[in-house]
Design a binder for this molecule. Structure first.
Ligand code: HEC
Length: 128
C-alpha cells in the first residue's frame, strides 16, 4: 500500500518535471513587427469587424484620445482631425504599431489588421 503511494508520488513528480522542462523551452519568441502586409480581406471589406475595432479603441485608446475620439491628453483622432492631417491612413496605422513621440507602440498588442480597423473606425467618427 505504502509502496504504491510512493510510486504514485514518483510518477507525479516526474510528470511535473517534464512539464517544467517543456515550459522552459516554450517561452514566446520576441515580438517582431512584420512589414505591413496588404490586408488579407477582399477589396472594400474589413477583416476585423467594426464592433471589434470600437472595442479595441475604447479599451486601449479612449483614455488618452477621448471616448468619441475628441482628444483629451492626446490629439483628436475623430473624422477630419485624422483625415485632414493624414490623407493616407497607412501613416496612422504605422504610428499605432510603431509609436511616435509620446505615443507608444502598440504593435506588440494588436496586429496590423486590428490597427487598420481601429484607424478606419476613428476616421469614420463624426468630427470633434
Ligand atoms: C497613454 C496615452 C495614449 C494612449 C492610450 C494612446 N495614445 Fe495615441 N497618442 C498619444 C499621444 C500623446 C500622441 C501624440 C504623439 C506625438 O505627436 O508626440 C498620440 C498620437 C497618436 C496618433 C497620431 C496622431 C497625430 O495627429 O499625430 C495616432 C493615430 C494615435 N495616437 C492612435 C492611437 C490608437 C489607435 C490608440 C489605441 C490603440 C492610441 N493612440 C492609444 C497618447 C496615447
Amino acid at each position: 500500500m505504502l509502496r504504491k503511494l510512493v510510486t504514485v508520488v514518483q510518477v507525479a513528480t516526474a510528470g511535473a518535471f517534464v512539464v517544467f522542462i517543456v515550459m522552459l523551452f516554450r517561452t514566446p519568441a520576441a515580438v517582431t513587427l512584420p512589414d505591413m502586409p496588404p490586408s488579407s480581406a477582399p477589396d472594400g471589406q474589413q477583416s476585423v469587424p467594426v464592433e471589434m475595432a470600437a472595442a479595441i479603441y475604447s479599451g486601449r485608446c479612449a483614455s488618452c484620445h477621448g471616448a468619441a475620439g475628441e482628444g483629451v491628453y492626446a490629439p483628436s483622432l475623430a473624422g477630419s482631425a485624422s483625415t485632414g492631417r493624414y490623407p493616407d491612413p497607412g501613416e496612422q496605422v504605422r504610428i499605432v504599431l510603431e509609436g511616435k513621440g509620446r505615443m507608444r507602440a502598440y504593435g506588440g498588442e494588436i496586429n496590423p489588421e486590428q490597427a487598420e480597423a481601429v484607424i478606419a473606425y476613428v476616421r469614420s467618427l463624426p468630427d470633434p
